[in-house]
Design a protein around this ligand. Structure first.
Ligand code: NAD
Length: 292
């Protein structure tokens, strides 16, 4: 395959996504601030870059999967950033979950350099990243998306062009609202079952066969029962996403009642130093509130 791909940010999501790009036959250049994150990819055949700029210089298409808006701003527009190494016509794809406002600003800054920046956040978790079955929600130029689709297809099964710049991030905000509020609902239901003397594992099993079925009941429900909080999806990233959701609601005058409640619950987990734990740890807070 002639197209060289760059991948910046090799964490819980980025590492397996980059591995799948490599497996699909694309020559790959990688960069992460933590050198040890690059080693497994280099062992699998990728080249290590020395900065985001060097990745942009070496690759035709650059993908990013970084924690937060500030990280993407730094990697693109900061010193030794991607923008310093781009060529006109190059396509950049930001797969991080960041603020739609920042995504639009960065897309405009890219356009000023004759470069297309797509926002393409993902859903499906670590398991979906490993399996290459993510859902990818894309905002930005439709023609550029067609060009990079073979690369995205190495990582995701569902690829939807939802609109112009920032639209992918708005879709991801909607995704996070559904997941966070569902986590709270499933957690409080299973805590009630236990307090009422009914085995929450059997309640989960019964609910999985009916209308209350959800991926959250399945995956996070199991984590709740086992108190398995190794991430997965870190609590601090969930707080970041709920902050973005509430900001987006404020920008458009849309009240987000459930989101605001769950945001506060996650804030108290942060205050207890639980930022690095999987976001399923919410159940422990509800257990405590119920005197468990
Ligand atoms: P992570 O913390 O596991 O990984 C982030 C990686 O980025 C780390 O290896 C870090 O060293 C690197 N990094 C940070 N700043 C950098 C910079 N300026 N330049 C180069 N590397 C840098 O996070 P993750 O779970 O992989 O999440 C990444 C993004 O994907 C986040 O926006 C998150 O919200 C989103 N996401 C995560 C999941 C999930 O289940 N974990 C699911 C969907 C979306």
């Amino acid at each position: 395959n002639g197209v060289t791909v760059g991948f910046i940010g090799l964490g819980i999501m980025g590492a397996p996504m980059a591995h799948n790009v490599l497996k699909a036959g694309f020559p790959l250049v990688v960069f992460d601030l933590m050198e040890e994150a690059m080693a497994p990819l280099v062992a699998a055949g990728a080249t290590a870059g020395s900065s985001p700029r060097s990745v942009a210089e070496a690759a035709d298409v650059v993908l990013l999967c970084l924690p937060d808006s500030g990280d993407v701003q730094a990697a693109l527009a900061g010193p030794n950033g991607v923008f310093e190494g781009v060529n006109p016509g190059q396509i950049l794809v930001d797969m991080s979950s960041i603020s739609p406002v920042v995504a639009r600003e960065l897309a405009a800054a890219a356009a000023a350099r004759d470069v297309v920046l797509l926002d393409a956040p993902v859903s499906g978790g670590q398991a979906g990243a490993v399996a290459g079955t993510l859902s990818i929600m894309v905002g930005g130029d439709a023609q550029a998306l067609e060009q990079v689709k073979p690369i995205l297809q190495a990582m995701g099964k569902t690829i939807v062009h939802v609109g112009g710049p920032g639209a992918g991030q708005v879709a991801k905000v909607c995704n996070q609202i559904v997941i966070a509020v569902t986590i709270e609902a499933v957690a409080e239901a299973l805590v009630l079952a236990a307090r009422a003397g009914v085995d929450p594992a059997l309640v989960r099993e019964a609910l999985l066969g009916g209308y209350a079925y959800s991926r959250v009941l399945e995956g996070h429900g199991e984590r709740f029962l086992q108190h398995h909080f190794e991430p997965g999806f870190k609590t601090r990233l969930q707080v970041k996403d709920l902050n973005i959701a509430l900001e987006t609601g404020r920008s458009y005058g849309v009240p987000l009642l459930g989101t605001a409640l769950v945001h506060q619950l996650y804030m108290s987990l942060m205050a207890r130093g639980k930022g690095e734990a999987d976001h399923a740890i919410l159940v422990t807070l509800l257990e405590e509130l119920a005197g468990q």
